[in-house]
Design a protein around this ligand. Structure first.
Ligand code: ATP
Ligand code: MG
Length: 354
């Protein structure tokens, strides 16, 4: 068998409903030939059995027409790594032993990046609003102590209701429940939180905020791989993390750094999102790729983490964030909002099987 030829052939198989093929999605694992039978191993995290069957049939068809008459297609369709609440207890020195399931949400999803300013907060907010549009009860917890975004992104200026020391109610806007460090600090005042205090605050946000019974809690994390990430992942089970990057950083190993950290703390990385990948011209609506392409794909193949999507660099995204109503809520019919909605669908697909 010729593996390169097989990969080329599989590139003609699109994932149903998408323009992208199964190779570019990183779904191909390997091809093995034994006793005259070619076995193709795919990993597709989805519980849409109909789509999986279409892929299976299409792969068999393409291969049989091209010199591989006897093929078997095996699709692994669940998360291979740890799942929420199912981490077996390890030796007692493992700092992860103390994790508890977060009581107020079925799924806790962290939006993270090793580098700052790549669009975590924008993506966290728009994904959260997209989940609301899909009918999920959703909360957004902005844990960026040093540069909280939620007050601006959602134009919330008043402090949330604090009933007593241990009862804080989240703000509500556009159908979303929102809590942020930013609600408790003066605008523009410098914030000097020391490490232990930061952890105490994270703790308090996890225990004292009265969310309703949520389907999803989306965490907007500060950049990097520091205290907040570690504290969090030691305290509660995080269903998974979404890693955000931009085309330029892919070469700089930021994604690997983020992925390594989550691996260490046993949080599965659900997907990589490449932000500001292309530009949508506000005059002609055409898509322009400003940076070299394919970095996200390469990194996702290397880390064996699916590339969930590429988001446009668009003035509209920024303007809506500045106005206090993110684009998914304000202008759901735009191409930009639809790009965010595709991520939401990936997220739902992924955790629904996890
Ligand atoms: N796709 C996009 N198109 C246009 N502007 C964007 C896009 N994504 C993010 N921005 C803008 O880039 C800036 C940084 O985004 P954002 O605050 O979401 O990044 P971040 O990763 O959360 O940053 P930090 O590391 O400081 O928390 C913001 O002004 C935001 O409006
Ligand atoms: Mg941010």
């Amino acid at each position: 068998m010729d593996k390169n030829q097989i990969i080329e052939l599989l590139k003609t198989v699109k994932y149903p409903g998408y323009k992208k093929n199964i190779i570019d999605f990183g779904m191909f694992q390997d091809a093995v030939e034994a006793d005259g039978i070619l076995t193709i191993n795919l990993r597709i995290i989805s519980d849409d059995l109909e789509k999986l069957q279409i892929v299976r049939d299409e792969v068999s068809r393409v291969l049989s027409q091209n010199a591989y008459p006897n093929t078997k297609v095996i699709i692994q369709n669940t998360m291979p790594k740890v799942e929420t609440g199912k981490i077996q207890s390890k030796a007692s020195h493992n700092p992860m032993d103390g994790r508890v399931k977060f009581a107020s949400a079925k799924y806790v999803v962290a939006v993270s990046s090793a580098k700052g300013g790549v669009g975590k907060s924008t993506i966290a907010a728009n994904i959260a609003l997209g989940l609301v549009q899909k009918g999920y009860k959703t909360g957004l917890l902005d844990l960026d102590v040093f540069g909280p975004s939620a007050p601006m992104l959602f134009d919330i200026n008043e402090a949330p209701l604090v009933q007593d020391e241990h009862t804080i109610y989240p703000a509500r806007k556009y159908g979303l429940e929102i809590m942020s460090f930013g609600f408790f600090i003066e605008k523009d005042s410098p914030v000097i939180w020391r490490g232990p205090l930061v952890m105490k605050l994270v703790d308090q946000f996890l225990s004292d905020v009265r969310w309703s019974e949520l389907d999803f809690l989306i965490l907007d994390l500060p950049p990097g791989t520091g205290d907040v990430q570690l504290t969090l992942s030691q305290k509660i089970f995080i269903t998974g993390a979404i890693l955000v990057t931009t085309p330029q950083d892919l070469a700089l190993l930021d994604v690997s750094r983020g992925a390594n950290m989550f691996q260490k703390v046993e949080v599965p990385v659900l997907g990589i999102v490449e932000n500001m990948s292309y530009f949508i011209c506000d005059q002609c609506q055409a898509l322009h790729h400003l940076f070299s392409r394919g970095g996200g794909k390469k990194e996702s193949e290397r880390l064996k983490v699916p590339l969930w999507g590429e988001l446009p660099l668009s003035p509209l995204v920024m303007q809506q964030s500045d106005k206090g109503e993110p684009i998914v809520s304000a202008k759901p019919d735009t191409k930009e909002a639809q790009a965010f909605m595709r991520l939401v669908e990936k997220l739902i697909d992924t955790v629904a099987t996890g």
